[in-house]
Design a protein around this ligand. Sequence first.
Ligand SMILES: Nc1ncnc2c1ncn2[C@@H]1O[C@H](COP(=O)(O)OP(=O)(O)O)[C@@H](O)[C@H]1O
Ligand SMILES: [Mg+2]
Length: 261
Amino acid sequence: MIEEISIIGGNGRNGEQEPVRSVKFKMGDVISIVGPTGSGKTTLINEIQLFADGFTPTKRKVLVNGLAPLQEYREDPSKNPVAAITQHTNFLSDLPVHDFLTIHAGIRSSSTVQAEGIVTETLSFANQLTGEPISRDSRMTELSGGQTRALLIADAVVIGNSPIILLDEIENAGIHRTHALDLLRKYRKIFIFVTHDPYIALLSDIRIVMRKGMMVKVLRSSEEERTLSKKIRIVDDVMHKLREKIRVGDQLMDEDLEVAI
Ligand SMILES: Nc1ncnc2c1ncn2[C@@H]1O[C@H](COP(=O)(O)OP(=O)(O)O)[C@@H](O)[C@H]1O
Ligand SMILES: [Mg+2]
């Protein structure tokens, strides 16, 4: 059982030792990785997925429960406890959503009744993440970017039951992030977001700041930021409603923006 993972710091792009020497994530933690383009965010999450052991250019090491991770995590994809979702991740399937999920759930469950329950939970999870409802009969290849991302996340969380989930810059993909965080918090996992979304960053337990290929700072949200996140949520929900109105062809009114903050 994975209880925690640690990243032992290595070096930045120019060989300099990175300021953060180690950082630990526990089950149930939400982590954000922030920093400008090219600062090493994707590199860091790739190393988590690879269970780097000093063999990458950064020389970082990833420990599981304080020890070197099992070799099989790296060698056998079905044993890797990490699921990664990026802008480019896609389903390679043309099946209807329901059939695809049933096959996937069938591999993981002991009975068809159990599999059906998991499929229903996955679809309802995905539909809470995206504003565009996914029907069980839609073909996988016909899903929009937002629907695909929502289904990928739901699939990794519910069916895959992966203990560690990495999400690399998925914010502009039509995911309802305020709902997403509430939902994800119900599952005891390690969620690592590469994000610049203030709401996700402020509600994370740990915020890692990247620069020049290095982990330069580990921040925890201040009281002020926690309070601020509640206001950001209101703004976010308003923006979501505006988008919805535009999407269904309504016209916006001044009062749509009258927010109590
Ligand atoms: N510590 C490091 N040592 C060497 N190369 C690095 C390091 N961190 C990042 N890089 C390289 O820098 C480039 C940008 O990193 P990347 O992780 O893609 O940044 P980001 O995702 O923040 O845009 C990549 O080519 C990556 O291999
Ligand atoms: Mg990147």
